[in-house]
Write a protein that binds this ligand. Sequence first.
Ligand SMILES: [Zn+2]
Length: 338
Amino acid sequence: MPLSYILGQEQPKHILKKALEFGSLPHAYLFYGPESVGKKLTAIELAKILNCTEKGPLDRCNTCPSCRKIEARTHPDFFLIEPEKTASGRDGQIKIEQIRDLQKKLVYLPYEGRVKVAVVDSAESLNLQAANSFLKTLEEPPSDTLIILVANNLYQLLPTIISRCQGIKFLSLRPEAVQKILTRKVESGDLALPLEELELRAARSRGRVHRAVEQDLERVQEYRNELLDLVEGSSFENMGQLFEWTRNRARQTEDLQDLLNELLTLIRDLAVLKRSAHPQWIFNRDLLDRLTPLAEQKSLSALLKMFDAAHRTKGALNANLNAQLTLDNMLISFCEAA
Ligand SMILES: [Zn+2]
């Protein structure tokens, strides 16, 4: 089956399979949606399918010279444009020189494959000059060429670019798909993580593979214990202890956003449990023994008020309001809701 290597993303796969079947690929696609859900991987798979010498252009074998060269990024008809890294190692911009270089190469007929495939990853990083230059390529597409733009954020793209591509929307992955992807990476040696952690990592990933990989589970564990103590102890009788917590925490402002994100996922899980949803929908499913009785104690309206208070606190801290005062206010709201 074509594109079976891509897990989840049924709708994008369906659209692409139909286009391959009917030979009706457009000149340019725009794959958009959350980061780390398989957009770039799908673009690379499509390049392999179109040029595979064994099964193409309806499927790919992944072992013929063409597939292997695309995988190794050495195929003369496959071009991957990415933002240049800045000095600090972050993604910078895609510059006009990169686009001009690509345009020169796209003029020629395919060198050894059937179709030239140009993938522009993080297309929102095209600077204005580069975007305007690239627009010309989209307006007059070179022959035997498929262009695939990959973007997380449509709003940062020029509308004129969007309008010249066929858009395909990618969604966040289900936790089961994330877990399968992680397992595959661990088993192939691409990722070094204990297999027993993968279910929890996937459940907490919000459907994005890189989030699942990057989580520091040890730190998460510390935060969650501390925060659940806080939620359990939220009552006006404990104000002394609660204010001591805010005093300590307000001194470590660099951790506060992570801590509040964690608090939001816990309150969210409690609210989901309150609606007796399937544990499959719980992010912190390893804590069910502790979350379930706590959810029983709190009313849904109390949990929603707490969520709202934590959310407002996050915004206030982002705006650099006084940390201790802001956290005090949040805990007073928690006590009122209790
Ligand atoms: Zn092949």
